[in-house]
Write a protein that binds this ligand. Structure first.
Ligand SMILES: CC(C)(COP(=O)(O)OP(=O)(O)OC[C@H]1O[C@@H](n2cnc3c(N)ncnc32)[C@H](O)[C@@H]1OP(=O)(O)O)[C@@H](O)C(=O)NCCC(=O)NCCS
Length: 219
């Protein structure tokens, strides 16, 4: 499913449910040392998916550890993103010479718990979601949440900075199954031009909502 949201330059792999062949590399065992079984399986599945995706762009298996802010530490010259939720995980990777950044997110397709929308959505976003209503039986609040998670995952590797839910204004475009993101804060990056926004795509299928943001190279 996730590959449907990404350009051909990005290799993506996903796992539904349990994969008995999934495994962590020894250097990754510390990642789950204190984790409950469900979390251990998610971390194992997503890293297995990530190694499969890396293989498709010619990168040999390596441990995939976390940086100080939880970000995945990809091999040099690789950009990527990972996501896991109950029953599904996915990883997307690309040659950094072809894609500037990528962010992906998957959620179980259900209405957000009471009170969450008000905490994650700007007033303008709440107005748009209310106008969309139940079009196509999509839980737009969950989709917005997922889109914001994808924003953060695409943003962080380029800036190294926090981005709050109130710092990006998302406009959903059901006609194209896409969304645009206007950044409301300084978008200067560690390398290359500043960010002003993103474009993303979404998919609702088989009980999941998926979102993905691809940041092309400048020029
Ligand atoms: C980090 C965050 C985005 C993860 O999303 P999630 O829906 O909770 O969980 P997912 O399973 O989809 O993603 C988990 C993966 O995110 C990735 N991730 C974590 N921190 C990250 C960061 N700083 N940058 C990029 N990716 C990160 C990791 O690969 C992680 O996998 P792991 O736990 O196996 O190592 C979320 O927990 C968070 O902190 N959100 C607040 C920031 C935010 O969303 N702002 C909105 C901006 S508009």
């Amino acid at each position: 499913m996730i590959a449907d949201l990404l350009p051909a330059e990005i290799a993506a792999e996903e796992i539904f449910g349990a994969d008995p062949t999934a495994e962590l590399l020894p250097a990754e065992h510390d990642l789950v040392a204190k984790a409950v079984e469900k979390r251990r399986l998610e971390v194992t599945n997503v890293r297995t998916a990530a190694r499969r995706a890396l293989a498709r762009i010619g990168v040999a298996p390596v441990p995939l550890l976390r940086g100080a802010k939880g970000e995945p530490l990809w091999p040099a010259g690789v950009v990527g993103s990972m996501t896991h939720t109950a029953g599904y995980c996915a990883a997307a990777v690309a040659d950094a010479g072809k894609i500037r950044s990528v962010g992906i997110d998957a959620e179980v397709h259900d209405v957000l718990p009471e009170g969450v929308l008000g905490a994650i959505a700007l007033p303008e976003e709440q107005t748009q979601l209310a106008a969309l209503g139940n079009t196509g039986s999509i839980y737009w609040d969950r989709l917005l949440f997922s889109a914001k998670e994808s924003v953060y995952k695409a943003w962080f590797p380029l800036t190294g900075r926090w981005l709050g839910f109130e710092d990006a204004h998302i406009t959903v475009d059901p006609a194209s199954s896409g969304f645009t993101v206007e950044l409301l804060v300084d978008g200067s990056t560690n390398t290359g031009p500043a960010l002003t926004g993103f474009t993303g795509r979404y998919l609702v299928r088989d009980g999941f909502v998926l979102t993905a943001i691809t940041v092309p190279l400048p020029g």
